[in-house]
Design a protein around this ligand. Structure first.
Ligand code: UD2
Length: 347
């Protein structure tokens, strides 16, 4: 018999891809989404929400709506959240309410429901700076001092000035929470895993890295860098690179993320774990700007290196995906160049 999955935030960028992935694998899908104006300016479900999914429009903080959405549900993917690291510092109440309280309401409702497994979307943002190496010693770098950033020195350094080399970040790295958003994601994953243990439910947290792909909102200024660059290219404007463009991230295609979520619902070894979901490859922001310029035929729009930093930005963070490989059998399938070509086509 088909299992029913509730995807909160299922009308959003990642959620809608997940809904499609689940329908393609013979699950029944119900979406709970408030169609937030941040993502849906005209308040209508976007065209990319798959027609086979049932949509309940409502807020994840509303107990009755959540209880109704959980009826007959076997598995839950909790993706509904306020996104945007910078913005979380200006809207502390809204972010805490949607992300922390929203998860609390959902978990209380789950305590009364017959759901076997719950998956929560967490984020690489809880790591702060990624793991690094100083010679043959691994270090967990501190935030860069403001004086260093003001002086235009972008690289991570030891207190006596040696440059640290970034290395892939595994789940064992200690969290370093420097935004309300990161704190909320950390709370969401801890709450869910604690709930799972206490109530005998299977609980999994997935830490998404920099997700990109078609349907990422171009009009939303808090969206990822590739959507921002894409929208600049569309308007014939060069991408703006903060710092020197040498900051490194792990860009993972949204369909790979959707597949990782499905695997996390199915894998017998996922429960109780917080697992990185990423490509396992690192790329500089300059590299991705150039790749998108080539794919869109906009190479004449030379990236503009602004030489300024964005408050709260980390320098480098990319993932070690050994755990996802081991526990989920996850292997990224969309090569970066292919993903970028598809994004350019979609723009
Ligand atoms: C943040 C969150 C991440 C996720 C993501 C949304 C952290 C550490 N991570 O990641 O969890 O929510 O946002 O996709 O907080 N950049 C430019 N020019 C631009 C825009 C960005 O150079 O016009 C740079 C930016 O300085 C950063 C990189 O691109 O180094 C990636 O920026 P982002 O906003 O896509 O994502 P990031 O890594 O801050």
């Amino acid at each position: 018999m088909k299992e029913t999955v509730l995807v909160t935030g299922g009308a959003g960028f990642i959620g809608s891809h997940l809904a499609r992935e689940l329908l393609d694998h013979d699950y029944r899908v119900r979406i709970l989404d408030n169609l937030t104006p941040q993502v849906h300016p005209d308040g209508t479900p976007p065209a990319y929400v798959p027609p086979g999914a049932e949509l309940i429009v409502g807020d994840v903080r509303d107990r009755e709506t959540v209880a109704r959405a959980l009826q007959g549900v076997d598995l839950v993917c909790h993706l509904a959240a306020a996104v945007g690291v910078g913005q979380s510092m200006y809207e502390i109440e809204r972010y805490t309410s949607i992300n922390n309280l929203g998860t609390a309401v959902l978990l209380e409702a789950l305590a009364q429901a017959d759901v076997r497994r719950v998956l929560v979307a967490s984020s690489m943002s809880l790591y702060g700076e990624g793991l690094a190496r100083d010679g043959d010693r691994l270090v967990e770098p501190e935030e860069r001092p403001i004086e260093q950033l003001k002086a235009g020195q972008w690289e991570l350094r030891t207190p006596d000035g040696r440059v640290l080399e970034p290395v892939p970040t595994p789940e064992t790295k200690r969290p370093s929470l420097s935004s309300i958003y990161a704190l909320g994601k950390y709370d969401q994953e801890r709450m869910t895993l604690i709930f799972g243990r206490a109530y005998g439910r299977e609980a999994v947290a997935l830490r998404f890295f920099n997700v990109y792909g078609p349907d990422q909102a171009l009009s939303n200024p808090y969206t990822g860098v590739l959507a921002i660059f894409g929208s600049r290219f569309l308007n014939d404007r060069p991408p703006m690179l903060f710092e020197d463009g040498g900051q490194r991230r792990d860009f993972v295609h949204v369909r790979d993320v959707a597949r990782a979520c499905r695997l996390a619902l199915e894998s017998p070894r996922a429960p109780g774990q917080a697992i990185n979901v990423a490509s396992g490859e690192s790329r500089s922001v300059l590299d991705v700007a150039q790749a998108l310029a080539r794919a869109t035929g906009k190479t004449h729009l030379t990236p503009h290196v602004v030489g300024k930093y964005r408050a709260g930005d980390i320098r480098h963070c990319f993932a070690d995906i050994t755990l996802a490989r081991d526990l989920l059998g996850f292997e990224p399938r969309v090569p970066f160049e292919e993903g970028i070509a598809e994004l350019a086509e979609w723009l």
